[in-house]
Design a protein. Sequence first.
Lengths: 303, 290, 251
Amino acid sequence: MDRKRVPGPELSVAPLVEYPADFKRWTPQDECRHDSKRQPEDMRPIYLKTGLITQANGSAYIELEKTKLACGVYGPRPIKRVGQIFSGRGILNCEIKFASFSCAKRRSNIRDPQERELSQILSQALAPAVRLEKIPKSAIDVYITVLESDGWGSCVAAAVTAASVALAHAGIEMLDLVAGCSASYIQTAPLSISSLSISEGDTGSISTSTTNTNKTITATATATQPPQIFMDADFEEEKYQQGAIVLAYMPSLHEITHVLQSGKAESSTISQSVEHCMEACNKIYAVMHHALLESIGENKEAL
Amino acid sequence: MASTTDSLAASPAFTFSASTFQKLHPTEYFRKFISQGVRPDGRLLDSFRPTTVHYGVITTANGSAMVRIGGTTVVCGIKAEVAEPKLDSPDQGYLVPNVDLSPICSSAFRPGSPSEQAQVVSEAIHRVLKESKVLDLKDLCIEEAKAVWALWIDVVCVSYDGNIYDAALISVMAALLNVRIRKPTYDEGIVKVPGGEAINDENSFKLNLTRIPLSTSFVLFDTDLTLLADPNFAEESITQGQISVTIDEHGRLCRISKVGAASTSQSLLKQCIERAKIRSHELRSIMNQQ
Amino acid sequence: MSRLDRTRTSAHQLRPFFSSQNLLNRSDGSAQFDFGGSSVLCSVVGPAEVKLRDEKLDKATIEVVARPLVGLPGVKDKALEQNIRESLEPLILSGLHPRTMLQIVIQTMKDDGCILSTAFNAVILALLDAGIPLKSILGSVTCMIDAQSSEILLDPTTEELSRARSTHVFVFDNKSSVQSEQGKMNVDTDDQEAGTSSLAAVLFSDSTGMFTEQEYFECAHFCFKASQAVHGFIRTAVQKKLEKEYQQTQA
């Protein structure tokens, strides 16, 4: 029980959603993608804006349709902790937090392991770009609040993009901006009827059982068919993914700062998706550029 | 040697830029403005910052709203979940408001468990919702003594620039107005809601709010207790006392709170109530625009 | 005009007060204050050493800790702490003890409504007992408006509060009472109508529920009148205590 919050019922659960029998769920075998607008290589349109958080040194807000997150950068500020060993390099501190209403299922307010993991990934992806050697004995704090999330990979990618724009907005020296991009490997080849029979029941079991059936099928019938690469997949698409990749990339230096690959995929698929992601990152880079130039323009107007 | 001392004597003893003055003597700096009847951000003493309300910004929530008052931005999301009712109120649901002031919104907040300010604001909103009976909790009953709705009302402050109580309360009320819950069916301990088709009047219900309280806050500056409406962060940090007046759409009072600073005359409180009436009217028209 | 609380006959009657000072021998000052069935014990330690983080260069840091009757402190207690701390800050001459801490601990002993008012009165008695320099003393009274009869009931019990449409807590300091008496004297001669509404300045006010502006100021008026009794009581309590101490030193 959390004593520092207004107490609610000790146990509460989301109601069971009952779908009508004739309800048709999206499957990868459908002709189109889940939002029925995009091609597999298309990303969702990005809205990126700086300077929303007035008290922060730098800030950015990013929106990829339903994925919405805000990032605030504080620092460089002196490390306050007494007894900390002297460090010639600055520290980049990243903290990502999901709002309790950000996902389909309500999240608890207590920091969970997933948030810790994502924070770690984020600081690994950003640190190579930031000139930490320039700010000894100091720390930069990057805080991210996810207001709404639609796709785990896209959320991580958006966090990287927003954080690096916020760092630039705070005037912190960097080698390059870091753009983040995600992709999912999804088998779109028609499956045998048996594998489709599990579409009823709770959503949690779908992804696991589909991938299991996929395994057997790819081994026998459709072994030649490589999975399709879906850029910037949303939650519904991620349920069918065999694997996914999140890439953090510095577009003008042509350097990758972080690759997060999960699931099973042929090495050719992976290298192909890395290529795809790098291409997409170049497009994101243009958006980031635009947002930063816009913020400078606003400052000029203010002066 | 002589020439250097001359030049030193010629230049005035202490001159520094306005921003240095502000950093060294924030209160004195502020006093200079107030004596002229304006505030450093260009507002008059009783004027409010531009306020906007957006409904339904979060699709994963049953109801949501984003409110901006000047540099303060808050997002409120409401999630409806099923819980067992309390034994002494078997037909009443739960309203659980919580305000989160995380370190993202200002360097004044540390990471970790909620700060005192966050707790005090949460409790104030909780009391307004509960004691001024904004919603009949019986409306949240699914099956008596078995299942009720618990509305988790979470306010996330994205950017903090003062006056969090007003912003949070507006966002909570706007999000409550925005709530849509699919009509549930109760069957042997399991609550089911229909899925599939888009949410509409047929398959969902709205909340029936009995009143919509909105608040107007002021701070009291200096020993002569100058009243400043809608304080920003800098103003909050150099003043001690604050007055909040919460009023519903019929002009009935829901909450008056005066904390800190020296004793204030009742005519000052009257003045606050009058000003709050006008402001709450303005806020209501902003909320209805959307 | 009957009250749920059978011991009282009038709506404007307070429950019997009780107080005792210097109960705890390990603290610098302590006091207990009772409003009938509600009782709060308060201890004051200070001026004492302050944590470096909380240190203020020009005045004492005031810390208020509230402990509930049962269980661990929650959000409600935090709100109570903040209310009391921020109301005391302008009252205590904290500039006399810079870079020190004044710790006030409030423990609810019995709860039968009006805990905030009881706590305020207990705190001021404890501060007086500890000999902390103050600008003025305060007195607090709670009232409620009955949901059915719309009658203003002073110092309600828990049972009565369950029927409340709104509750109002007021704190008045003794400076404001002097002002208002002077004001009244002037008003009485000039204007009878204005004289009926007390012009006492409000140190702290916390009202929640559903009420009108007129009702609010009526509540303020009744609470102010009642707070005069509390002020008088605090004065007598301190006087008696000092007399006793004086006798002890003589003997």
